[in-house]
Design a protein around this ligand. Sequence first.
Ligand code: ADP
Length: 263
Amino acid sequence: AEAALRQSQKMEAVGQLTGGIAHDFNNMLTGVIGGLDIIRRRIAGGRIDDIDRFMDAASASAQRAAALTARLLAFSRRQSLDARPVDVNALTASLDDLLARTIHENIQLRIVAGDGAPHAIVDANQLENAILNLAINARDAMPEGGQLTVEVSAVELDEAYAAAKPDIVAGRYVVVAVSDTGVGMSPELIEKVFEPFFTTKPIGQGTGLGLSMVYGFVRQSGGQVRIHSRPGQGTSVKLYLPMSDSIAESVVDASVAIQEGQG
Ligand code: ADP
């Protein structure tokens, strides 16, 4: 949970940085575009004696831009996925304190465990981070208070269902639904919310990266995100995470070990 908090603080810092980076990058591109423009006009005017100078300047600008994007890529790659079976009931229960501290006093928090002990194959830190992000969105959608529910369940999506949805693979999923009773979203808004940097929040409050990061993490894990929302009534964001067979596997492993022990 502390890792999730650190991650969300880091994300906020990244959001603040992004504006500065975009500004720097734009300056570098201006150097390239301006240099090329001068070169073109010099060639047209037949004054090519010192165009090397402008070519070098444009090239240096382009190289600085390339170095900047390389650093950004190296930074984003560091958040690699460490997917392994995670007890999702235990994980959501462990977030209780952190979630309670994140939301306001006028919001009631409910964490509902799923039947059995559904395990999903995901990166636990990233899942914590995703739930925290969704809870922050839910909080922001309920300025007058309301109810935040984090509910775990398990579903089996059959071939017939999957065939109708190109982005769904049939199989068993652990579903984490983060629901609020807040302002809700129009269908037009829902279409935009996964875009990086899309936000309706005031500058300094929203980065527009929360849902796009949640989406990226869930898709990389082999799952899917669904949003159900009604303006004025509330929103439910559901994460479909591939279910692990590890419990069944570990039972099998144990019986093998017993047989070996007896033999
Ligand atoms: P941010 O929270 O920084 O704006 P997100 O990507 O998490 O970035 O969300 C993008 C936008 O989606 C929000 O600005 C808001 O308009 C909308 N949104 C997200 N979650 C909810 C929600 N639970 N209820 C209403 N609107 C939401």
